[in-house]
Design a protein. Structure first.
Length: 370
């Protein structure tokens, strides 16, 4: 038997051994295949910045058809819901202070008369700013609705006909933007979890010494550790992508082969990081802690929760070393904009470099550990 065939046989046996070890425990099967789907469903519904049915306190001093048209325009949009009405202005402040309402609307007396006379009436909108995101979105919705109502009621013939349309996400649903990013977070989590404990677990149960006295080389041992996890990660990617398409109805406008290539590069980068963590940790608890010390900053600096452009310049540069950031740009580009490699080649090159450099460093550290 040639040396190459013997090497391939040893790697194959190592891969089979790793797969048997992973699937021997029924709990591991649930963690690998069931947990990612549950996480995607939870994140898909929980990570949602859309504002709907905002509790609104109303004080209408005018009580005319025009004031009712204003209230109807706000409530019929689905963004606002009147939870209390009053004749006293002080009740708006009390409702906001007590947390009974997030928005307070006060329509002054003479509102309808001013509209009929061609004057612009002043309408007060109070917003609870303790949640700045909700306050900003709700305020923007209210301003847009009032502006549209004013344009329809205006008698001026010189009115500008502005017709706005959102590309790629016409309904502006945050779920369409967030769910593809959740796929990347879940895949990275599983890659780190399965590889960060690989070498440490062998050392703790005493089987690492048996592998060292076997004919396996350090490279063959590392391939035997990473190939099964890479295959499992690709299966997980397929599962969570199917859930995103079928359950959340997320559009996939780009080519599937491009998505598979990006996932393969990202998985290799994640596996190299997990293997590196495994080689510098003495126990599984230490590896688990090191994994989360990397995972949480990686999520924050990826653009998943917060726009990178709003971060300080130092952290914007720091995100360039984060593989999750580049993968999220690729995934969102493929899902939402139908982008291909020609538009995302920079991210592909960076991910390829990170995967290659990460595997080289992990292999070097793996050999030193052995």
């Amino acid at each position: 038997m040639s040396r190459a065939r013997l090497r391939a046989l040893r790697i194959r046996r190592m891969v089979i051994k790793e797969l048997r070890q992973l699937f021997r425990d029924p709990r591991t099967k649930r963690v690998i295949f069931v947990a990612p789907i549950i996480q995607l469903v939870l994140f898909g519904y929980a990570v949602n910045t859309d504002v709907r049915n905002v509790a609104t306190a109303l004080v209408d001093h005018d009580r005319t058809i025009e004031s009712r048209q204003l209230v109807d325009a706000l409530t019929s949009s689905g963004y606002f819901r009147v939870v209390s009405t009053s004749d006293r202005s002080a009740d708006l402040g009390r409702a906001l202070d007590a947390g009974d309402a997030l928005v307070g609307l006060e329509i002054p007396a003479g509102y309808g008369r001013d509209l009929a006379a061609g004057r612009a009436p002043a309408v007060q909108l109070l917003v609870d700013g303790s949640n700045s995101n909700t306050a900003t979105v709700a305020q923007g919705y209210a301003l847009r609705i009032v502006a549209n109502l004013g344009a329809r009621m205006s008698t001026s013939r010189a009115e500008i006909d502005l017709r706005a349309r959102a590309w790629f996400n016409p309904s502006l649903e945050s779920r369409v933007y967030n769910v593809p990013a959740v796929i990347g977070v879940i895949v990275l989590l599983m890659c780190l979890l399965l590889t960060a404990l690989a070498v440490v677990r062998e050392r703790e149960v005493g089987t690492l010494e048996q592998l060292l006295v076997s004919p396996l080389t350090a490279g063959e041992l590392m391939l035997g550790k990473t190939i099964p996890v890479a295959g499992i990660a690709l299966v997980q990617m397929s599962l969570v992508t199917s859930v995103a398409l079928l359950w959340f109805d997320i559009p996939l406008r780009g080519p599937v082969p491009t998505l598979v290539l990006a996932a393969a590069l990202f998985i290799l980068a994640g596996l190299s990081l997990g293997l590196f963590i495994s080689t510098i940790s003495a126990t599984q608890q230490e590896a688990f802690l090191a994994m989360f010390l990397f995972l949480l900053p990686a999520i924050i600096l990826s653009g998943f929760l917060y726009p990178i452009d709003t971060m300080p310049e130092f952290f914007q540069r720091l995100t360039l070393a984060n593989p999750l950031r580049h993968f999220l740009e690729i995934v969102r580009g493929i899902f939402l904009r139908g982008a291909g490699i020609s538009e995302l080649w920079v991210q592909f090159v960076v991910l390829s470099g990170m995967a290659g450099a990460g595997l080289a460093v992990a292999t070097w550290r793996f050999r030193r550990t052995l």
